[in-house]
Design a binder for this molecule. Structure first.
Ligand SMILES: Nc1ncnc2c1ncn2[C@@H]1O[C@H](COP(=O)(O)OP(=O)(O)OP(=O)(O)O)[C@@H](O)[C@H]1O
Ligand SMILES: [Mg+2]
Length: 478
């Protein structure tokens, strides 16, 4: 953030400074934060009154964690800027900081699916071009967006902002906090259609992002998605399209035996080859959206292609592919699990088995918080694993053993089910029975910490913590 005194902050947000007489001249130099577990040094703690915890009661903790002051709706034990509406004040402060950073290029993106994936690709591309600030994890709502903006400082060159919407007007509001120079709509799907009523209504909401552009800006639109392509008349900015028939196209699209796409980027008569490190053809759409945004921001095609090829997105442990020197592949999806994502991951494993003929091993642990239906949900995953033809289903823990039980009962499955009690036993089995070329999927709910199994199989530490994708206040779907 740019350095500001509490008196200056109070003026910008229309608040008053409370605390000892020195408080007015206290200087905030760090960013802002709402969670005392992820503080910003010399930052501003934003006190939100939640359902379970009232941030105002955490002021001491926030100061101990590194904050120099609090933004809240009532005085606290720390120097505090008091306002009527904390979220509105946070937005106003972010806009002020954004407007002070006159050299900053702001890239905003929305869509029904793939926002975070696109954001991660764009950040990976732009990183090679100077200091960037990008949305962490899924911080894409009226709290997450200003927190992202407030991490930017005088030396920041590119700001990448993921924007989510639950209704009409939400994206417009987020664009008032971080007015974009380049704005993209990745797609319009049916995710959370209940909140909007129809796909057309979702398009109205998502298209607000291009309405926010000035004539100097660039709107990046998906040529393959009719509702997105139809947003072009809603902006005065230049329009760049991606997809078949678009300004930026992917040709020669193929996948390797694991399902990682390769393609040629075609842009204004030039081409460059991309090999993505992530699984699934849907990544091509996200990569194209990110590439079109970076090209609109002035990067050259080779830098864009290299950035995509080298991208190792920071949203970790989600279908993350690792290859051991002997060819063993570990797909680390230990970030989280529910019945749908288990089925999706097993379908990917099935595809790899079919394409490559390799032995597949699904190492699965418990899915938490399923309530009364838990046993049946675990049994269903076991049946899905058997139908996906996994060669080995290795379960960890009591609840997950129901998967093994159900798989064994599935007629026609020729695989093997191994039940283990915990990590150590599972790792021991894998070390003893694994062979070069195996493809090992590792997945369970976050609390089961199965990344440690992935780590042990790879014999390398999973050093990077995943970004917290499930903050109480920072994110919103879709
Ligand atoms: N372009 C795409 N088309 C269809 N499905 C996709 C696409 N990109 C990602 N997905 C699927 O959607 C899931 C969520 O992806 P991602 O987190 O990037 O989306 P998001 O739009 O950021 O979601 P959220 O609304 O939670 O922020 C992925 O795990 C993948 O299965
Ligand atoms: Mg997201």
């Amino acid at each position: 953030m740019i350095a500001m005194t509490l008196a200056e902050i109070a003026e910008v947000v229309g608040g008053t400074v409370h605390g000892d007489p020195a408080s007015e001249s206290t200087v905030v130099t760090g960013g802002a934060f709402v969670d005392t577990r992820t503080p910003e040094a010399d930052g501003l703690f934003v006190a939100i009154a939640g359902e379970r915890v009232d941030g105002h009661d955490l002021a001491e903790q926030a100061i101990a964690a590194g904050a120099v002051a609090v933004l809240g709706s009532r005085p606290t034990t720390a120097p505090t800027v008091v306002v009527d509406d904390v979220v509105a004040a946070l937005g106003a402060l972010a806009r002020h900081v954004h407007d002070s950073l006159t050299d900053l290029a702001t890239y905003a993106l929305t869509g029904s699916q793939g926002k975070t994936g696109t954001k991660d690709y764009l950040a990976a591309i732009l990183e090679g071009d100077g200091p960037i600030v990008a949305t962490r994890g899924n911080f894409n709502n009226e709290i997450g967006v200003p927190l992202t903006v407030l991490r930017a400082g005088a030396d920041t060159k590119h700001l990448v902002v993921e924007m989510g919407a639950r209704g009409i007007g939400h994206i417009a509001q987020l664009c008032r906090i971080a007015p974009p120079d380049v704005a993209a709509v990745v797609n319009v799907g049916t995710a959370h259609i209940g909140e909007f009523g129809s796909r057309e209504a979702i398009a109205v909401a998502k298209g607000e992002i291009v309405e926010a552009l000035t004539a100097e800006g660039t709107a990046v639109l998906n040529a393959d998605d009719a509702l997105v392509a139809a947003m072009a008349p809603r902006t005065t900015a230049s329009v760049v399209t991606f997809g078949a028939g678009g300004d930026l196209r992917a040709t020669e699209v193929s996948t390797d035996e694991l399902g990682r796409p390769s393609f040629d980027l075609q842009w204004r008569g030039s081409g460059a080859t991309v090999h993505l490190g992530q699984l699934g053809l849907h990544q091509v759409e996200n990569a194209l959206a990110a590439a079109a945004m970076a090209l609109s921001g002035g990067l050259d095609l080779d830098a864009v292609a290299d950035g995509l090829t080298d991208a190792r997105p920071p949203s970790r442990w989600r279908m993350e592919v690792h290859e051991r020197a002997d060819g063993t592949v570990v797909v680390n999806d230990a970030y989280n699990a529910n019945p749908e994502s288990m089925a999706a991951a097993l379908a990917v494993l099935d595809g790899i088995r079919e394409r490559s003929g390799r032995r597949t091993i699904a190492v699965l642990g418990e899915m938490f918080e399923l309530g009364e239906g838990a046993v049946e949900a675990h049994r269903a995953v076991g049946r899905t694993a058997a139908r996906a033809g996994v060669d080995v289903l290795l379960t960890i823990g009591d609840m997950a053993s129901r998967m093994a039980e159900a798989a064994r009962a599935e007629a026609g499955w020729s695989g093997e089910a191994i039940v283990t009690a915990g990590h150590a036993e599972a790792v021991a089995w894998l070390r003893q029975n694994g062979s070069a070329g195996d493809v090992v999927l590792v997945k369970a709910s976050r609390g089961a910490a199965l990344e440690r199994v992935a780590e042990a199989v790879l014999d390398e530490p999973m050093t990077d913590e995943p970004s917290d994708d499930t903050p109480a206040e920072g994110s919103r779907t879709p």
